[in-house]
Design a protein around this ligand. Sequence first.
Ligand code: GCO
Ligand code: MG
Length: 420
Amino acid sequence: MTDDALAVGEITEGIEKERIITAARVVVCSPGRNFVTLVVETRGGVVGIGDATLNGRELAVATYLEEHVCPNLVGRDAANIEDIWQFLYRGAYWRRGAVTMSAIAAVDTALWDIKGKMAGMPLYQLLGGRSRDRVLVYGHANGRDIEHTVDEVERYIGLGYKAIRAQTGVPGLESAYGVSGDKMFYEPADAALPSEQRWDTRAYLNHIPRLFAALRERIGFGPALLHDGHHRMTPLEAGRLGKALEPFDLFWLEDATPAENQESFRLIREHTTTPLAVGEIFNSIHDCRELIQNQLIDYIRATVVHAGGITHLRRIADLAGLYQVRTGCHGATDLSPVCMGAALHFDTWVPNFGIQEYMRHTEATDDVFPHDYAFEDGYLYCGESPGHGVTFDEKLAARYPYEPRQLPIARLEDGTVWNW
Ligand code: GCO
Ligand code: MG
């Protein structure tokens, strides 16, 4: 009897002993910011790692993994990625949710890593091979005012970027989403308890078109420009902004409005042809099914760590492909290099690729997570080493203990809590 003929989920003598999972453990470390990493070991000595970081809620996922997932992994055949995914998803009874899906994603990523290492192949080969030579990425430029932001965009062009997200300070507001002191390593989770920021949508709406007019005036129409609304607008306000930005040829307007009500994107669509992107906080295909099937978006932002791993992200991308919706995986610094490595293999394979977000990690983070992907001239290249190509220096990680940090909250002028 071959291994394939074995009943799934059954641990029998026949399973190649070396594939049996012997240990699964969670490491929380903070080399500049917090990361949750799952390490899975097999009897044969092959180790796979997965990212389980959920910004501001790290310990919830770590505990979920430690208490409810890891004990279930030991003794299973690491090769049965699909069966383990289904076991963790259906078997929990409580479906979906960011904590559950990030935990499942970490297991899934670690198991794909192990499969690649056992096959001696980079992950993209296991998915179906290369669909492109390189992965177009966008970087983050931001400034306190329009002039400063335009300078920053020019600096990113100087660094080789072909696509740049631009965020700027808004007159009358002390702080704005996406604008920070450090121009390479933006980190919004800034305090143990949430800091509070004022928000004024009218001031924002009147200001942003001026930024993009100034940008096109200075840099022309060569580089692609993106903007993140970070859930702050109502659908009608988003329609107005999208319309005002049409002359400036945006690659996308992101998170124009919260998407719990997927139907609300229809109103935006009816008012503008500016391409729409959403999904960095989605964790399931059901969060975006209507958006995709009704062609209410152009780019889906779900990524490996928060959307159930490679196994589930692939399903989302396949559904999106039927409706000409392309991928644009979330790639902020709160997703560890492990997620980035896995996402780059996914990006290299996925037929309906759009773009990949790339916020650089700090040197300390890169030291803890040595990786073989590399940036050159506006593109990221995944490596050729077996698995996803990212390793984990646990000894070094131990020098950076967890630091409690949460994301800020936003309030309107009158004190009402708004979407951050
Ligand atoms: C993005 C995102 C991030 C999020 C962050 C929250 O487009 O990159 O909006 O900057 O704010 O991931 O943890
Ligand atoms: Mg975003």
